[in-house]
Write a protein that binds this ligand. Sequence first.
Ligand code: NAD
Ligand code: TYD
Length: 381
Amino acid sequence: MTAGSVLVTGGAGFIGSAFVRLLLERDPSVRVVNLDALTYAGSLANLADLPDPGRHEFVHGDVCDGPLVTDVLRRHDVVTIVHFAAESHVDRSIAGPAPFLRTNVIGTLTLLEAARAAWLEEGVSPGPRRFHHVSTDEVFGSLRPDDPPCHEETPYDPSSPYAASKAASDHLVRAYARTYGLPVTLTNCSNNYGPRQFPEKLIPLVILNALEGRPLPIYGDGGNVRDWLFVTDHCEAVLEVLRRGRPGATYHVGGGNQPTNLDVVRRLCAILDDRLPRSPHVPHERLITFVEDRPGHDRRYALDASRIRDELGWSPRHSLDGGLRATVDWYLENGGWLREIRERPEYREWMTQNYGRRRDARDDERGARPPVGVREPAAGV
Ligand code: NAD
Ligand code: TYD
């Protein structure tokens, strides 16, 4: 990376905030501008205790706001853009796709246009610049059990509105590289987990519900497979791509593991049993509840990450068990962070909307139960 600022979009969210923290730690000369709309998923609490906060400036704003983005690029002499900002939750995209199209597609287009104007159209040599786009393995759709992992040339086949919107944004980024010569890189990463993940995604939701003695909702039969990666491993991969990645290239970033959702939830329960032996909810596995499946639920994701390993020497530092233990410990030590989100009316509304309509799959056998996820907690965090 060169002199000038790095613009991180979505830097108050789960992965973006971890990336801002890592960037400030690893590069003592970097200046970071963090543009985030602070949707339900973003929080300034995620940016507490940044190392050397004087080199970080937060801008509260929307990536769809063209004049604002243009002003940020010029005022801060932005030479690198790392684009995390997105609507990111598949279940929310099923409930209402429009915000996903707006932020993920129009927001990316707005940033690309602003970068093109600032970097390519001023008649001066732009010097080294980089637009890095953060994407997902979900653009490839569902794999069968014996399918090989997706590589960087596997055709896109998205299933959910979220995945379709990310696929569209990836295509736009590549189109700007081919058409206008914008210096871009992309990463497609597998499922992240770790500190500060919003507790409507599987792992933090299970931890929060388990602490409160509430049902742990497993969609379908729990046999869906994800390739889980600890969040700082993802952030290190993005840093490596910025430093040494080939302009124009895409890199797959994955953890190389293939547990089922049920396996992940059982491992979390075992860690919680170990950490909280006196909890009234031990064994936490008893809380596991199978609920109606997600429509269009992709059965399996898997990425071939050999390009980033061979070209850039990246590989994940965390094993799944070590990463899950670190994650549980972070949530246990940061009850205040969780409580603040749990108390928000819009969080409770989402829990009711998403889980209230999902019947416990065993209701037919034993009579109606209250909807999962919205029962009154048995104990506080
Ligand atoms: P997140 O939902 O936790 O955070 C998204 C952030 O973007 C929030 O801070 C939010 O306020 C901000 N944002 C949303 N709309 C915005 C807008 N219009 N303008 C400005 N800011 C806006 O998401 P995350 O899990 O941290 O994911 C970050 C990126 O990584 C996304 O692009 C996602 O597609 C990608 N990704 C995520 C995963 C994962 O497992 N979480 C895996 C692979 C790729
Ligand atoms: P999620 O964390 O929403 O990530 P993604 O859909 O992007 O992979 O879900 C991870 C997996 O866990 C996915 O297969 C859906 C499943 N899941 C449940 O079984 N129960 C839940 O309550 C949630 C939120 C997810």
